[in-house]
Design a protein around this ligand. Structure first.
Ligand SMILES: Nc1ncnc2c1ncn2[C@@H]1O[C@H](COP(=O)(O)OP(=O)(O)OP(=O)(O)O)[C@@H](O)[C@H]1O
Ligand SMILES: [Mg+2]
Length: 156
């Protein structure tokens, strides 16, 4: 069944650090269709920022490549897929551990995945060495239906 709120968007951009803010703001603008609270929106922005930064710093390191974002909205949730075609992760369970970082010398704290997991309801990491990494995150927006929405849905 096609839902009133169903929607989808795709983004592709170069792995330049300037584009981290672009990605975070664009996903937040798209997500705002679900009427999230300021806190829910801040959670989404932070999670996107962590995932995109990982693609830039770890996925592509000193090279440049394409980062893709695919966002899907449904009645009360957003699914965000962020992927790179970079170097990939050898051991995902080690990478997910709080405080684990492969780049301690770059002042990384190793908290990116932990932050994504605490701010989003579901986080799935898929990765193949030398092929790339895809992070899929889902968040339910506790949207309260307001009068305008009900009128919009019931008008003929
Ligand atoms: N897109 C990616 N491509 C390749 N390796 C990745 C990618 N994302 C994460 N990793 C690996 O997983 C590790 C943990 O990532 P995480 O974001 O938790 O910490 P960090 O990026 O090292 O530090 P922080 O996010 O706190 O700055 C990284 O150090 C890196 O080795
Ligand atoms: Mg990180």
């Amino acid at each position: 069944m096609v839902n009133f709120y169903d929607n989808e968007m795709k983004l592709e951009f170069l792995s330049k650090s300037n584009n981290e803010a672009f990605a975070r703001i664009t996903v937040a603008a798209f997500a705002s269709q679900l009427d999230p609270t300021i806190e829910e929106l801040a959670d989404i922005k932070t999670a996107v920022s962590e995932a995109v930064t990982n693609c830039i710093i770890h996925g592509y390191e000193d090279t440049e490549g394409i980062i893709k974002i695919n966002c899907k909205l449904s009645a009360n949730s957003i699914i965000i897929e962020i992927s790179d075609n970079g170097k990939g992760i050898e051991d995902i369970s080690i990478a997910k551990e709080p405080l684990y970082t492969s780049k301690p010398n770059l002042e990384r704290s190793g908290m990116g995945f932990t932050i994504m997991e605490s701010f989003m309801d579901e986080v799935k990491i898929e990765s193949v060495v030398d092929i790339g990494t895809k992070v899929t995150m889902k968040k339910t927006i506790k949207r309260e239906e307001n009068l305008e929405d009900i009128l919009e849905k019931t008008k003929d």
